[in-house]
Design a protein around this ligand. Structure first.
Ligand code: SAH
Length: 332
């Protein structure tokens, strides 16, 4: 598929859009059967050194900062594991300190649980040596979204060169992480043609995981009054990503719920196969400001129910059979 075809597909609606989604679901079925992936995310810190225009964690916002300790991360990992969720995702703002704190936690989680949990990191740009350290102590995978593949837009919204972000993605690949990346759909100033560029770029990176998530205007950012990314275009971007990277893990992000109840089911119906449940300790959850204070916080019940509506199995770890059983009952 070339860029023009991608651009055209991003715009289809009605019967053509249904056909696009069917094709995407067919490819997903071919590579994954009816099996989806549930991740448990713990948001390690709301502090960040960057100034990204769209993100409420930007350095200018010095209120509501928190940083979990290694102890709290290990405790969160236990909760994720006890719930039967097979992937622990540790996400946060970009600060140097997370290398040490998260590294220490990973070491302890590996001692305690072996490799029963996949450990996925979303901690922003770090040096090759820091990434190597995190890999050495036992991290499996890392998501670093390029956000936009257009140099000028990247510079305008993130204030440093796209090439630096891409070099970090390459570092992760060289270190044998399973690598995820992706784009923000409807970032102010982005054209459909540029979104098509993003998806072609994602394919060229040969990613294991790739997200297409909508821009959500957040309070306390320069983009607070800009319109949300278009819902239908986001769904089409998910479906096109499934076609371009058929074997990849693609999330039905929580931001889809902002448009309508069942927004994430629509994401699954467009070819996504991942849903993320929030395991951040309650006391810190309201201080993690992504998508604003009124963001949709996904619980395990909601995730399992959503997957069921999308015709997918949750694949929770067997050891947690009892929990899974009782949850499944609660969801029917
Ligand atoms: N600091 C890390 C993690 C950032 S949070 C990093 O730089 O990778 C994870 C993702 O949230 C970001 O990659 C970005 O794509 C997304 N995000 C943040 N604010 C957003 C917004 N207002 N709308 C849509 N996506 C947003």
């Amino acid at each position: 598929m070339n860029k023009n075809e991608v651009k055209e597909l991003l715009g289809v609606r009605g019967a053509e859009q249904e056909a696009l989604f069917r094709l995407a679901r067919g490819l997903r079925r071919q590579h994954f059967g009816d099996q989806a992936v549930v991740r448990g995310v713990v948001e390690v810190t709301s502090a960040c050194v960057r100034s990204c225009t769209y993100c409420p964690m930007r350095v200018e916002n010095q209120f509501g900062r928190y940083l979990l300790t290694s102890d709290e991360l290990v405790e969160s990992a236990r909760r994720v594991f006890a719930s039967g969720v097979p992937v622990l995702s540790i996400q946060g703002g970009e600060i140097p300190k997370t290398t040490k704190i998260v590294g220490e936690a990973i070491r302890r989680i590996r001692d305690e649980l072996g490799h029963q949990l996949e450990i996925l990191l979303v901690l922003g740009d770090k040096s090759h040596d820091e990434y190597r350290h995190l890999k050495d102590v036992g991290a499996d995978s890392y998501i670093l979204k390029f956000e936009t593949s257009i140099e000028e837009l990247h510079e305008r919204h993130r204030f440093y060169p796209l090439a630096d972000r891409v070099a970090a993605i390459k570092s992760l690949t060289d270190l044998n992480f399973k690598v995820g990346s992706g784009t923000i759909v409807g970032l102010p100033g982005q054209t459909v043609e540029q979104l098509a560029d993003d998806l072609m770029f994602a394919r060229s990176l040969g990613l294991d995981m790739c997200s297409a998530s909508p821009f959500i205007p957040a309070k306390n950012t320069p983009l607070a009054n800009e319109p949300m990314g278009d819902f239908q275009t986001t769904l089409n971007a998910i479906a096109v990503t499934r076609i371009l990277l058929p074997k990849s893990l693609i999330p039905a992000v929580s931001a889809l719920q902002k448009y309508q109840a069942g927004g994430q089911v629509a994401g699954l119906d467009a070819g996504a196969n991942v849903i993320t449940v929030n395991f951040t300790p309650n006391k810190d959850q309201s201080d993690y400001p992504i998508y604003g204070a009124d963001r949709f916080v996904v619980g395990l019940r909601h995730a399992i129910h959503t997957l069921k509506r999308g015709g997918l199995a949750s694949g929770l770890i067997d050891d947690a059979n009892t929990i899974r059983g009782s949850l499944a009952e609660a969801c029917t």
